[in-house]
Design a protein around this ligand. Structure first.
Ligand SMILES: [Zn+2]
Length: 457
């Protein structure tokens, strides 16, 4: 039974599914000259955080749905491309790759998928050249033995309905329309195509997030086990996420950018990054998830050396900070976080929901929270400040609320806002201990009435 012929025959029929996507990528993947940042052999060690994400897509993993909410320049796209090559070569089956529009689908096929197949002999021998006459292949349909890859646009229901899919790759989902051809959410439409494979399907959802409250990737991430990549301090070993709060710089000079440990204040520099990434681990913040959905959040602050540095992040921040449009873009693409719209009018419902979404993180040395409230003619501004030992302070939350301050509705919203609890890094929920309210001559009666009600002196 173990003759070489028989073994080879069996392997031909049933590939070794124990090989994971990252192992496959390290063994086979070649990054094409034309499209990749670094051409040549793929090395998972360059972006170690991608290993766990890719390996959820291997058949040995029980995970069914992988959600990757990310900043730019972390290798998210190549992660999906590795999976695509793995499916064609290793676990063939029907696969659908969805991009926001049909035009983007065509462009991706031409600029990314075609060069990848062209430069990898193991893929090239399986996918027939679309230029040969009877190949059955076009720009949007790639057939291979025991499988097919359909590349579709989320703006066309026809493409999304075309076939059942065992593997579904939904790329840049926050750029999808809410409704496609009157048939509802393109995401739901595509996921419906996987129903026949409900026991062995895999769904990968990747995106840079957009607006808070309507972001599709953030909604999916919130329903997942919410993993964050924590790295060990090179000095004290304390594991922590690389947070923007901890990126320090002096005199508006990006070259001074460093990452400060929350525990020992040691300042780590760019050259420490490979060690940080290599020693890192994914930590789930939501243990109550269903076990089938793995969510990963990663900002561009994790981007490996040579791609996007902390100095780049500071440079872009300094250029964007005065302009809400640029700052939104920076928040989305660098921090990989949704953007909170500043309302022009008071919409009680909306603000109430926003209270749920806005979860500013409080650094752990903070012991007390105070809030300064500034009352203006047409608006009210809050700043929540965290205080630690030696009167060191952090700005925790800043909030501007426009509206008619002579109406009681807005004061209800303000009261809610002041009662909001903030989560410290160690999980402790903190309330605002002291409020200082300055009427500045505006709406003095309302301010006094409100202060009496809230028990503020
Ligand atoms: Zn440390």
């Amino acid at each position: 039974m173990n003759s070489p012929y028989f073994t080879g025959f069996r392997h031909g029929l049933k590939p070794d599914t124990r090989m994971t996507v990252s192992e496959w990528a390290d063994e086979h993947r070649i990054l094409p000259m034309k499209s990749a940042k670094e051409a040549g052999r793929w090395r998972t060690t360059r972006t170690p955080y991608l290993k766990a994400i890719m390996d959820c897509l291997s058949p040995t993993s029980p995970v069914e749905r992988v959600v990757f909410m990310k900043g730019a320049q972390v290798g998210g796209t190549e992660c999906g491309n590795n999976w695509l090559g793995y499916v064609i070569h290793h676990t063939p089956g029907p696969m659908m790759y969805v991009l926001p529009t049909l035009d983007m689908a065509k462009r991706t096929s031409k600029q990314r998928i075609a060069p990848m197949i062209e430069e990898m002999p193991i893929l090239k021998e399986r996918v027939k050249d679309s230029r040969s006459r009877d190949s059955g292949n076009t720009q949007l349909v790639k057939e291979f033995p025991n499988g097919v890859l359909i590349i579709a646009g989320a703006n066309s229901a026809t493409g999304l309905r075309s076939m059942p899919a065992r593997f579904l790759f939904l790329d840049e989902v926050d750029a999808y329309d809410d409704d496609v051809d009157g048939e509802g959410s393109p995401i739901n439409l595509a996921i419906k195509r996987t129903a026949t494979f409900s026991r062995n399907r895999k769904i990968l959802m990747v995106s840079t997030p957009n607006i808070a409250g309507s972001s599709k990737i953030e909604t999916a991430y919130e329903q997942s086990n919410q993993q964050q990549y924590q790295v060990p301090c090179t000095q004290c070993g304390h594991f922590q996420s690389i947070e923007w709060n901890q990126i320090k710089f002096e005199d508006n000079d990006p070259q001074t950018a460093s990452f400060e440990c929350v525990a020992c204040q040691h300042q780590m520099r760019e050259h420490d990054k490979p060690r940080l990434l290599e020693g890192g681990k994914w930590v789930a913040l939501n243990e109550e998830a269903d076990g089938k959905t793995a969510g990963f959040h990663l900002s561009s602050l994790y981007s490996p050396n040579g791609w996007y540095s902390w100095a780049d992040a500071v440079t872009d921040f300094l250029a964007a900070k005065g302009d809400p449009v640029l700052l939104k873009d920076w928040t989305n693409t660098v921090l990989g976080q949704t953007w909170q719209e500043q309302g022009e009018t008071v919409d009680h419902e909306l603000l109430y929901q926003r209270r749920e979404h806005y979860q500013a993180e409080v650094p752990w040395p903070v012991e007390v929270l105070t809030c300064g409230v500034d009352v203006q003619d047409d608006r009210i501004e809050f700043e929540v400040v965290g205080w630690g030992a030696g009167e060191e302070s952090w700005s925790i939350d800043y909030y501007r609320l426009y509206g008619d301050l002579s109406r009681p509705e807005i004061w209800k919203v303000i009261a809610e806002k002041l009662r909001q609890a903030y989560k410290r890094q160690d999980g402790v929920m903190m309330n605002i201990a002291q409020v200082c309210m300055d009427s500045g001559g505006h709406f003095t009666d309302e301010v006094y009435a409100f202060s009496r009600k809230m028990g503020i002196d």
